[in-house]
Unconditional design. Structure first.
Length: 243
């Protein structure tokens, strides 16, 4: 994973997300709703809800929105029925693209995803053609400006907590864990009085495809079209811009 910072992708997309904050909050509310619906409204006993709430906090989602989604999920009234559906496809030069969705209408979502590929130079693939190219990992970000540690100290804390890997840049520490160990590592670092910016489950490419700028722009357009859909939760790919 070294040298392929997920944080750089997050930074590059932040401006676009800021312009779509209302849509982002809608997606986060849906994730919180689903987690609370499936595992209850107490984040102390529902790890999925805790992660969804942490993600909402990292994106500055108001607490009222979070509480509203939880209350809606745990009320006795009949709620929405969402399904988690994953779509796999390809961008320029065979770049793998994996799209996670949360939908109440599979036909609508499939149509929108297909259009996002067809209109922007990509190809929607069959199930199983892409997912083997990614590993599921726990992922944490700690901003260096808010955590006064050098890389050696941080690495010691990560190893003691059970983390697998640490990447360091001028801005952040990025910690990777086994998915089942994410909550344990997060709690251990917080017990050290460290401030965590992001804690989530993610997908990390096993290999990367290096693209010239023209092809990387095509990939970026496909990803942006997918992310713009209300049903899309996350988009992952293994493309990187040639230096």
């Amino acid at each position: 994973m070294a040298g392929h910072s997920k944080w750089n992708n997050i930074k590059n997309r932040k401006g676009a997300q800021d312009a779509k904050r209302g849509k982002l909050f809608q997606k986060l509310s849906r994730e919180i709703y689903m987690a609370a619906k499936q595992g209850g409204g107490d984040p102390d006993t529902n790890p999925a809800l805790r992660l969804a709430m942490d993600k909402a906090k990292a994106n500055n989602m108001p607490n009222d929105n979070v509480e509203r989604a939880i209350n809606k999920a745990t009320s006795s009234a009949e709620g929405e029925n969402y399904a988690e559906v994953v779509y796999e496809g390809f961008g320029p030069q065979g770049v793998a693209i994996l799209t996670e969705t949360l939908t109440d209408n599979r036909n609508r979502t499939m149509t929108n995803v297909r259009i996002a590929y067809n209109k922007n130079g990509g190809n929607l693939g069959e199930s199983g053609t892409v997912n083997y190219m990614f590993d599921r990992k726990g992922y944490l970000v700690l901003e260096r400006s808010k955590n006064n540690l050098d890389e050696e100290e941080m690495l010691m804390f990560v190893m003691e907590a059970g983390g697998e890997d640490l990447e360091t840049s001028e801005e952040v520490f990025e910690v990777y864990t086994d998915p089942s160990e994410l909550a344990k590592v997060r709690d251990s670092l917080q017990a050290k009085k460290l401030e965590i910016h992001t804690a989530e489950l993610t997908l990390i490419p096993k290999t990367w495809v290096t693209l010239p700028e023209e092809d990387f722009q095509i990939l970026s357009t496909i990803v942006a079209a997918l992310e713009d859909d209300d049903d899309v939760s996350e988009v992952y790919h293994n493309g990187q811009l040639a230096e």
